[in-house]
Write a protein that binds this ligand. Structure first.
Ligand code: NAI
Length: 247
């Protein structure tokens, strides 16, 4: 796979799955814009790592839940690299609770980042991608957007929303050769899943036929495939990367 000459934007790219995606795309030759919302230090570290790989990168702080900050992110990306060919909507949060106990704030915050954030970034970039043609948008959903999960009605609904959004936009922009796909990760070892107890992790393991938890690189490799011309006849799809968990 060769991404030389391509520019990628990865939201939430300073740690976890987003960081692995940014490094993978850079290792294949892409220049990468790292969006982050909190840690300047971590974002700068990823930029330096990418430069060490011989590519170029830019870190831009922006809360993707806010349209004005998102527009600024896109402006800065285009100012630096003139275009974006690959968009990875990866930023996401959880605020788990049973519906009976779930606050409106827990519902809204998850929707504002996961769903509205995906809308804000895609909307802000879609015109330039349509003009440019041969672009790829990859949205990070979740297996729970397909199966549902007790205690995650807000998160599951937001991820199911991302799947509907992916398919709709894929139909809107296919004639301009802009492809839009989603990845539904299973259980991936990151800060997001570190919060879970060993008991919960053991329960997940029992249901994973490949008998290991996923690594951020498992998702990054799938993103690389969807970003590259190797997947040029694939659009509107949801690729499940979960070690067989929901088969
Ligand atoms: P993480 O918590 O390590 O990383 C999430 C990233 O999103 C962080 O860099 C964070 O700063 C950023 N972010 C959060 N709110 C933001 C905002 N408002 N604006 C900009 N950036 C923001 O989580 P992880 O595990 O790396 O998750 C990445 C994506 O993968 C998320 O969308 C998550 O829902 C999804 N996912 C993760 C799974 C897992 O098992 N870890 C499973 C299924 C999906």
């Amino acid at each position: 796979m060769d991404l030389n000459g391509k520019v990628a934007l990865v939201t939430g790219g300073s740690r976890g799955i987003g960081k692995a995606i940014a490094l993978k795309l850079a290792s294949l030759g892409a220049k990468v814009v790292i969006n982050y919302s909190s840690s300047d230090v971590k974002a700068k570290e990823v930029v330096e790592e990418i430069k060490g790989l011989g590519s170029d990168a830019l870190a831009v702080k922006a809360n993707v839940a806010k349209m004005d900050e998102t527009k600024n992110l896109i402006e800065k990306a285009i100012e630096k690299f003139e275009k974006v060919d690959i968009l990875v909507n990866n930023a996401g949060i959880t605020r788990d609770n049973l519906l009976m106990r779930m606050s409106e704030e827990e519902w809204d915050s998850v929707f504002n980042v996961n769903m509205k954030g995906t809308f804000n970034v895609t909307k802000s970039l879609i015109r330039s991608m349509i003009k440019q043609k041969n672009c790829s948008i990859i949205n990070i959903a979740s297996v729970v957007g397909i199966t549902g999960n007790a205690g995650q009605s807000n998160y599951s609904a937001s991820k199911a929303g991302i799947i509907g959004f992916t398919k709709s936009i894929a139909k809107e922009v296919a004639k301009k050769n802009v492809r839009v796909n989603a990845i539904a990760p299973g259980f991936i070892e990151t800060a997001m899943t570190d919060e879970l107890s060993d008991k919960v992790k053991d329960e997940y393991m029992k249901n994973i036929p490949l008998k290991r938890l996923g690594k951020p690189e498992d998702i990054a490799n799938t993103v690389a495939f969807l970003a590259s011309d190797m997947s040029s006849y694939i659009t509107g799809q949801v690729i499940v990367v979960d070690g067989g968990m929901i088969v």
